[in-house]
Design a binder for this molecule. Structure first.
Ligand code: PDD
Length: 287
């Protein structure tokens, strides 16, 4: 059975889904996106993702084609049609189709594309072993708080990681880690404190990051929201990343420097467990 996707108002098999040639998402990267995890058939933290989508759209002045209830229905329907109970739902909104001209078109309606990626998240092999990370210069624009479909810098960063045998790239600006190519980056000091970069235009406000910070506070783990350098990361007791498609993933090596004893650290493991428990708790998503 082929994957069912949603494109501009219709559910259809992936092979039949053709994006219009003059879509501004294709020509200009003029669009924003979201990605939501699915666990036990339920959307994880969906309201927070829809809130961030609303914000991204507002910041780039693309009208939101759907209400939160409509988006939620589309996501759930897409997961249902694909029989997906664990994985990731991607959805993007572009400014739509118009003759190529940089300024906003007068009458375009937003383009919407959504698809599922079924994959194990809870039992992902990387969660057991931890992953390797390399650092690369952060080549991105100055509004990284907007979840824009312009991801060329991240494509290059993550390809460099792959070629170095690593699974994620941490981007670095002025000696400080900004974030991962598609994840938020954290370290844990030898005193057991979580260190994470504060929110600003320099990073995406990660939804998993936000949930994790609240959970770590409840668990009594100390937290410092501040910048950290690459050198500090090399010396950290533990490191991890968060994202909607991986939840909490341990990092066991940065630029070839072994983190801790080279295995997922105890605080990271605990945070991952707490997060998964929260994600599978009854009525975790607002429905
Ligand atoms: N990426 N930072 C960047 C640059 C990201 O692209 C992502 C997510 C995150 C984590 O945000 P969240 O916890 O809301 O997923 C941080 C998604 C998963 C992606 O592009 O596939």
């Amino acid at each position: 059975m082929s994957r069912i996707v949603f494109l501009n108002g219709s559910f259809l098999p992936l092979e039949e889904a053709k994006v219009p040639f003059m879509d501004r998402g294709f020509l200009f990267g003029d669009g924003v996106y979201e990605g939501v995890g699915v666990l036990e058939g339920r959307l994880v933290d969906n309201e927070a993702h829809l809130e961030r989508l609303e914000r991204s759209l507002r910041e780039v002045r693309i009208p939101n084609p759907y209400s939160r209830a409509e988006w939620t229905h589309l996501e759930e329907e897409l997961a249902r049609r694909n029989g997906m109970t664990e994985g990731f739902i991607y959805f993007q909104v572009t400014r739509g189709v118009a003759e190529r001209d940089f300024t906003f078109p007068e009458n375009a309606s937003p383009g919407v594309a959504m698809f599922t990626q079924a994959k194990p998240i809870v039992n992902a092999p990387a969660a057991a072993t931890g992953i390797a990370v390399i650092t690369v210069p952060d080549l991105r624009w100055k509004r990284r708080d907007i979840k824009s479909v312009n991801l060329l810098a991240q494509v290059l960063a993550k390809q460099a990681a792959k070629e170095a045998g690593a699974q994620e790239a941490w981007m670095v600006e002025d000696g400080f880690v900004t974030e991962g190519g598609s994840s938020s980056g954290f370290i844990i000091t030898r005193e057991g404190r979580i260190v994470v970069r504060p929110l600003s235009n320099a990073i995406l406000p990660g939804i998993t990051r936000k949930a994790l910070l609240a959970l770590s506070k409840d668990a009594g783990i100390e937290l410092e929201e501040r910048l950290f350098t690459v050198e500090e990361a090399y010396e950290a007791a533990e490191a991890f990343m968060t994202s909607a498609s991986s939840f909490v993933l341990p990092i066991v090596s940065i630029d070839g420097h072994t983190i801790g004893d080279g295995r997922p650290g105890p605080i990271t493991k605990k945070l991952r467990e707490i997060y998964i428990r929260m994600a599978t708790a009854p009525r975790m998503t607002a429905e």
